[in-house]
Design a binder for this molecule. Structure first.
Ligand code: EPZ
Length: 418
């Protein structure tokens, strides 16, 4: 089992180039099987989740070529519309193949997806939306057999919660629908707009992505196309936190400022100086971070749940008491006991409120990553801590952060993978 060993207390200083967004690349890769022909996707991060998506595409009959951060998918001869349980369990995003396969073949067979254990993560919103589009779904022994005998039909879907995955699945399934599909209370995350931008280049007619109401005209002829994945706003916030925790100064190049605004305001409240110069976002830490009185995770454009653990790690040594409320997932504080092992003073109330009493310094410890962002948070905490921290279960981190230790070493961190 691989571990990260971090000797904390080094002030980080320097520049890193930001990777492409995992949460954009995954649905866009799924979308390549919904359209026929060759798609060239640039800026795909090198991550285990991306490899898992490529395996699924290959299984459906797509031909894949990977050239560094560019992935070429030829879906011309895709023929298989079922995905085995083992592949579905690899990650949460496998469920997005359901909408893509329905759009391409009108039938699909999948099992419930895997992914980080950060809550119940049901797929009821995905399934009820597909049912209202005329998809018949039978659920027998955990196999979801889906077909649309009368064809997929466009309709009005009002999501009770702006689920990212459900919005993506509906967008994909509606590509082959008869008539128009309207999604209201759609997720507004930048990754949704990126998916729509790719699909529109393929010939789709999607309007309103990035806003609450998305309209998709179905039945357009779709052909593969070329697209560059947006930068990863969550990984950007991870490097910002690394600077903040170590009293350093880190420039992240290749960011999209607009996508980062919700996170930036949290870093500024904590006393960081944030500036933009020549396409770089520069985070300069204060002598000591200030507390954030109240921080709540919300759907975009609110503060992202994916940055919650990372910012909590940073606030563990801030001056004063910070209160963080997790509003998206029920079980997204699994990093807290690990931070406590490092000397953090955090208590959880009502399951979703973390009260973080800032301590002067964290101390190195042996800790374990329980999920992707929780694992990154431990690395952030370790960089600012005294002595050595050993993080195990780092395969979680590898699912979302490309070459974390190389980037951090480049910034002056003492970190190695053993
Ligand atoms: C996406 O997950 C991201 N994953 C998550 O990133 C991210 O945390 C999340 O959106 C919120 O921004 C990918 O893009 C691959 P949701 P998703 O559907 O689509 C409930 C990371 O670390 N819900 O918006 O699964 C659900 O249980 C990951 O990169 C239902 O109740 O998120 C949750 O409480 C982790 N029924 C809330 O909605 C449903 O049918 C938000 O989930 C669907 C969701």
């Amino acid at each position: 089992m691989k571990k990260l060993v971090i000797n904390g207390g080094k002030v980080l200083d320097g520049k890193i180039i930001l990777q492409g967004s995992k949460n954009s690349a995954l649905p866009i890769l799924a979308a390549t099987v919904a359209v026929s022909g060759i798609s060239v996707i640039h800026n795909c991060p090198m991550l285990t989740d991306i490899s898992a998506a490529l395996k699924i595409l290959e299984h459906t009959g797509c031909k894949i070529k990977r050239e560094g951060h560019t992935v070429i998918v030829d879906s011309t001869s895709a023929y298989r519309c079922s995905i085995p349980e083992k592949m579905m369990r690899e990650m949460r995003s496998s469920i997005i193949f359901l909408g893509a396969l329905l759009a391409r073949f009108g039938v699909a067979q999948v099992t419930p997806p895997g992914g980080c254990e950060i809550g119940l993560r049901p797929i009821d919103l995905h399934l009820s939306a597909l049912r209202s589009m005329g998809v018949e779904i039978s659920d027998c022994a955990c196999v979801l057999a889906c077909k649309a005998p009368q064809g997929i039909k466009g309709c009005h879907i009002n999501l009770v919660f702006p689920s990212v995955g459900a919005t993506e699945n509906i967008m994909l399934a509606s590509l082959s629908a008869h008539g128009e599909t309207v999604i209201s209370n759609a997720a507004r995350e930048p990754e949704i707009k990126d998916l729509a931008d790719f699909l529109n280049k393929c010939g789709a007619e999607i309007k309103g992505a990035g806003q609450s109401v998305i309209r998709i005209k179905g039945s357009a002829k779709l052909k593969g196309s070329e697209h560059t994945i947006i930068p990863d706003r969550i990984v950007a916030s991870t490097y910002m936190a690394c600077a903040a925790c170590t009293g350093g100064k880190v420039a992240v190049s290749g960011v999209c400022k607009e996508h980062l605004l919700p996170a930036i305001s949290a870093f500024e409240t904590a006393g960081c100086n944030i500036s933009f110069k020549n396409g770089e976002l520069i985070t300069k830490a204060p002598k000591r971070l200030s507390r954030i009185k109240s921080l709540r995770t919300m759907p975009y454009p609110g503060f992202p749940t994916d940055s919650q653990a990372i910012v909590m790690a940073m606030l563990a040594t801030a001056d004063g008491t910070s209160i963080i409320t997790e509003k998206i997932f029920e079980n997204r504080f699994r990093h807290v006991p690990e931070l406590i092992k490092m000397g953090a003073d955090i208590r959880i109330e009502d399951g979703c409120v973390a009260i973080v009493e800032g301590v002067r310094r964290l101390k190195g410890a042996c800790v374990s990553a329980s999920d992707l962002r929780g694992g990154s948070a431990l690395a952030v905490a370790a960089l600012g801590a005294e002595d050595e921290t050993v993080i195990d279960n780092i395969y979680h981190i590898d699912r979302g952060c490309e070459a974390l230790e190389q980037s951090l070493s480049q910034l002056g961190a003492e970190i190695k993978r053993v």
